[in-house]
Design a protein around this ligand. Sequence first.
Ligand SMILES: [Mn+2]
Length: 385
Amino acid sequence: MEKQLVRIINQIKFEKAIAVEEKGSTIASINLDAFTVESSYQGPDLDIKVEDKRVCVSMTQEYISNMVDLFRKGGKIPKKHAFAIVAAANEIFKEQPPMVEFGLKRPATAAKELQLEEAKKITVCGDTHGQFYDVLNLFKRFGKVGKDHIYLFNGDFVDRGSWSCEVAFLLYSLKLLYPQNIYINRGNHETNDMNKVYGFEDECKYKYSEKLFSCFSESFNSLPYASLIGQEYLVMHGGLFSSDNVTLDDIRKIDRFKSKQPPKEGIEMELLWTDPQESKGRSASKRGIGMQFGPDVTADFCERNKLKAIIRSHEVRMGGYEIEHDGKLVTVFSAPNYCDMQGNLGAVVNFTLKDDEYKVEYATFTHVDHPNIPPMNYSKNNFGF
Ligand SMILES: [Mn+2]
């Protein structure tokens, strides 16, 4: 399996090398006026405005509810809406800093703190990997996104599961409706190399179009690399760094628009790819990219950056979550029975504010039934299960 993966990745590298790199923005090249809404679509209209190539959508709860019902019946939203949702969400992601800071425990006192949002409850979710029915169940179990309840999805919401488009449209639509109350960190699967191999690109082509995949890809590049909750909990998809000197300011200074895909080395790559290990120090990764870091690395990073803990995802845990590195690192994974075969629980991390302190609690959930479609159903490379 590993060898096959390496071969596929090398093939992709070769194809990329011989391809002329696409210049400019695919999203900006889409002419929404040229689309007509398919006559089979019976749902609510979507108010779309385009000014100066900037797409703005007035999302409604009614639209989202209808969209979820439609997806449950195996339906699709109109292509015009699909492009508009990705384009409009991308505008919001683009404006966010590379590390989003929210959940301040006291009222903002300085102008630079205004981006820090206050909330009574914050739920952090790990990988969901296109498991749309489990995502719906997660909101049912733990509450809806709303004024007092912020959600953070910590990357890898596409690939593997066969409802990656549905998960992405739901999260993006919620972002449009509640821009301050749902955040999405980029994961290593929000990248072209992964999407080509693990199903999302082919799923987009099958359900919508190749161009829609290009638009999603562009929007992934606008996603933040990390989030800082209440100035004390750093949340990223992968983990910590190969260098001892990285600070929160280094993450704040990431320029994610200097290339269309994340660099293959440096702190961006490490935020997406690294894993913890039980032994001290650092060692090579089993994945062939990134590395592993020990409890001493985590303790030192937390101390230098005045953090209580690191929350990361990226690896399945049978209990849905695991508290590691002497309590200073938590792995949270939210795709129960991952790939329909792992038998693991899903979990979320809940923060509630009490007496100016965050209380951190963990909640688990089991998988729910889904229509009889296997993971990576639309993938053409036969690398599925
Ligand atoms: Mn991952």
